[in-house]
Each structure stands twice: as C-alpha cells, then as structure tokens.
Design a protein around this ligand. Structure first.
Ligand SMILES: Cc1cc2nc3c(=O)[nH]c(=O)nc-3n(C[C@H](O)[C@H](O)[C@H](O)COP(=O)(O)O)c2cc1C
Length: 172
C-alpha cells in the first residue's frame, strides 16, 4: 500500500446550474452517487463542496489510487479549469468513514471567507492556510445526507437517509 495522501482541487462547473431553491443540483447529485459507488471500493474518502459555480473537492487515500482518480476526474466534461490546490502526504485521514461526504455550509463558509477578507467563494484565490481550514471545517461539518457509507460517529437522521434514498431512486 502506498503512502496516504490528501489532494484538494478546484474546478468550475461547466453545466447550467439548476434552480438553487430546488435543492441539490441534479448534476451534482449524479456526481455524488457515482463518487460514492467508486470511492468506497477504492477506500478513497473525502468531501465534495459546490458553491458559486465552483467545486472544491478533497480526496484522501493511497497515493497510487488517488492520483489516477484525480486524473480521471480532471477529464470529466462536467467541469473545467481543474487545478490542484494542495497535495500532501498525511499520517491519518480526516474523512475516515466517508467515501464522499457532501456539505453545504453557506454561513460557516461565508464567515471563514470574511475572516480571510474574501468577498466570494473563489477557490482559485485560496492559499494553503484557508484550504487547510476549509478542509477541517468540512471534516467537522454535518453532512447534507448520510447513507450507508456515513461516518458511524455521526448517525444519520431519518430525514437525511430519506434524502439519499430519494437521490438514489432518481439518479442511482
Ligand atoms: C466535480 C467532480 C467530482 C468527481 N468526483 C469523483 C469521485 O470522487 N470519484 C469518482 O469515482 N468519480 C468522480 N467524478 C466522476 C468521474 O469524473 C468519472 O465520471 C467517474 O469516475 C466514472 O465512473 P464510472 O466509470 O463508474 O461511471 C467526479 C466528477 C466531477 C465533475
């Protein structure tokens, strides 16, 4: 098994965003389901955040699995301007138990951006300090949905598992 790495990248969605008021964007939901299916088999964990038309994703796992996956994701036509923001060897996972966590933390993210004197969620402007803090914030955050692959330390509520079931029915 190769060393454990944490890779964070940014990209811009290349699809037309759905009405935000309608809840989770269907394209993002499809990506999430696909990620969970594949990553749990590869023992890759992490988090996906989507805000302001940008993706911010953290992938954690063995280097020889994470790097090829990042290369595959880079070529996905559903996004562009893929840029690796951070890649580091780590001793332990921040996202153990997660094949791909999904978070939407509008107020917490806004607060963090304000603290770093940034007006909007533009991950291309982030330095290492903000990337690390955001990653830790996401690791500690309550997920939007929690299915079978949820962190056992954070039991899913009935409403949360219901949402994932609904997404699976639509897109799975
Ligand atoms: C923003 C974004 C994030 C993605 N994250 C993952 C991921 O974590 N794991 C994964 O397997 N696929 C991810 N994908 C999808 C891959 O690009 C690719 O479509 C998928 O791995 C193909 O899997 P399949 O052969 O099972 O359909 C992502 C795509 C996008 C646009």
């Amino acid at each position: 098994m190769s060393e454990l790495i944490r890779l964070v990248y940014a990209s811009r969605a290349s699809f037309e965003p759905a009405d935000a008021a309608a809840g989770i964007d269907p394209t993002v939901a499809r990506i999430l389901l696909q990620s969970r299916r594949n990553n749990s088999q590869l023992k890759i964990g992490g988090v996906l955040y989507y805000g302001n038309g940008c993706f911010f994703q953290c992938l954690e796992g063995p280097r020889d699995l994470v790097e090829p996956l990042a290369d595959e994701i880079r070529q996905d036509p559903r996004h562009r301007d893929f840029r690796i923001l951070r890649k580091q060897a780590v001793d332990a996972r921040l996202f153990s138990g997660w094949s791909m966590k999904f978070v939407a933390l509008e107020s917490n993210v806004d607060e963090l951006l304000r603290r770093f004197e940034l007006d909007e969620f533009d991950p291309y402007l982030f330095d290492d300090a903000i990337i690390d803090e955001l990653t830790r914030l996401f690791a500690a955050a309550r997920p939007i949905d929690a299915g079978a692959d949820a962190d056992p330390a954070r039991p899913a509520t009935r409403r949360e598992s219901g949402l994932l079931g609904w997404l699976r029915k639509l897109f799975g």
